[in-house]
Ligand binder design. Sequence first.
Ligand SMILES: Nc1ncnc2c1ncn2[C@@H]1O[C@H](COP(=O)(O)OP(=O)(O)OP(=O)(O)O)[C@@H](O)[C@H]1O
Length: 236
Amino acid sequence: MPHTDALLRAHDLHRHYREAGGHGERRVLEGVGLSAHAGECVALLGRSGSGKSTLLNLLAGIDRPDHGWVEIDGTRLSTLGEPALTRLRRRRVGFIYQSFNLIDELTVAENLALPLALDGVRAREAQPRCSALLERLGLDARAEAFPDQLSGGEQQRVAIGRALIHAPALVLADEPTGNLDADTGARVLELLAALFREQGRALVLVTHSRAVAAIADRVLTLERGRLRADDTALSW
Ligand SMILES: Nc1ncnc2c1ncn2[C@@H]1O[C@H](COP(=O)(O)OP(=O)(O)OP(=O)(O)O)[C@@H](O)[C@H]1O
């Protein structure tokens, strides 16, 4: 696979934690490599405690590896200081969380526009992008509602929009349908899959669910600190 067009590349990532009490180490990641291209969805499976969140935090530049490197859209995160890393995260990465993480005091439209506002995009430029995306999300009638007036599925649709509005290279999703019932989750997932492919982002999706992993182009399992291709996953 050519590396040049990968939006995400991670090489030989190691992350160890000191055991409680200060003796010994918990070796969570021991040589993880991963890449994702435009329009590609990679699902990460793994038992609880296998290190999925640890890996997502390294890919997002929220945490730094003990060894190895991560590149987003050709920029190696280890070359950036904290302000530049924060800027890159705001511009080039979108996050979708299990618990939606919308801001209660902001309307749907304001939540959606937040990544643009944080990046200094003027309201006049942001507005048409927000309107178009709200329509695509089926939320145009809810633009002025607040998160607590929305269903779980609607809240996650807003969160998906917020993760995509600023045209990130990479979208990281952590159990995006974990708080939704099966039907709502399936519809939200369908929308997520359609949108990120249309827009040519790379999506890394952490999940426990086989149904969720089924939207992925590749399924990888984290086990004993390493990633392995899950050959059975695509034929579930
Ligand atoms: N800051 C930390 N300090 C010490 N140990 C940690 C820290 N963060 C995570 N760990 C340990 O690393 C291991 C992996 O945790 P992680 O949260 O990455 O797993 P996970 O696969 O995301 O689990 P889950 O599916 O339950 O969310 C666990 O044993 C956890 O206790």
